[in-house]
Design a protein around this ligand. Sequence first.
Ligand code: ATP
Length: 233
Amino acid sequence: MLKLHDIHVYYGHVHALKGISLEIPQGKIISLLGANGAGKSTTLKMISRLIPPKQGSYDLESESMLKKTPSDLVKRGVIHCPENRRLFPLLTVEENLRIGSFTRKDKKVAADLEKVFAYFPRLKERLNQYAGTLSGGEQQMLAIARALMGNPKILLLDEPSLGLAPNIIRDIFQIIMRINEEGTMILLVEQNVHLALEISHYTYVLENGRIALEGESRHIKENDKIRQLYLGA
Ligand code: ATP
């Protein structure tokens, strides 16, 4: 279980997170919604410790993560799959995947490659292709696959549907659900509110650096403000 309490983050004078408290409980998919600039990506970057909080507490399995580095978080299984994928375009699919397992000392990397190919058979067919020449959907699959090679307990997914066609988005969301069913907790930042509410168990809605609304996704879906603002009702 991951727990943030009263987290504040600043970029210089910009107060980007103004007291965020949230939990990722065992076995769940949690979605984090909100308009552009609300603080969603900042929350993920704070969780993976790419940026420090100025105030607040952050515990993973009851241990404070405030003094940890990004690589400590990766070793504990908190893996960030960033917005815009951040692949290495001049490396092959296989090389990108192997980079995902770079920090691991265990010997299960080969088995995990096979597991990743079971989720994404298309990547197996393209092992020697440069990542930069893959389609948008394939690049997103590779970004998630690379994150899976880090053997995540908690996967932080930033906008996995960005720029993709609806049928590809549906495929990717099916795979996200499978990854969760097989034991990985997921924190999902998504502009596709409808799908995010569909697959997540619990939702936080960020507004201007604060949590404006939270609840079980099936209840948030019925909320009048959410229906008007995000679901076109
Ligand atoms: P989007 O959906 O557009 O990615 P977001 O909800 O992920 O938005 P963040 O990227 O977390 O929002 O940004 C939160 C706030 O922090 C915004 O006001 C943004 O301008 C500001 N911000 C983000 N990164 C920086 C930075 N490196 N320097 C200064 N301000 C920043």
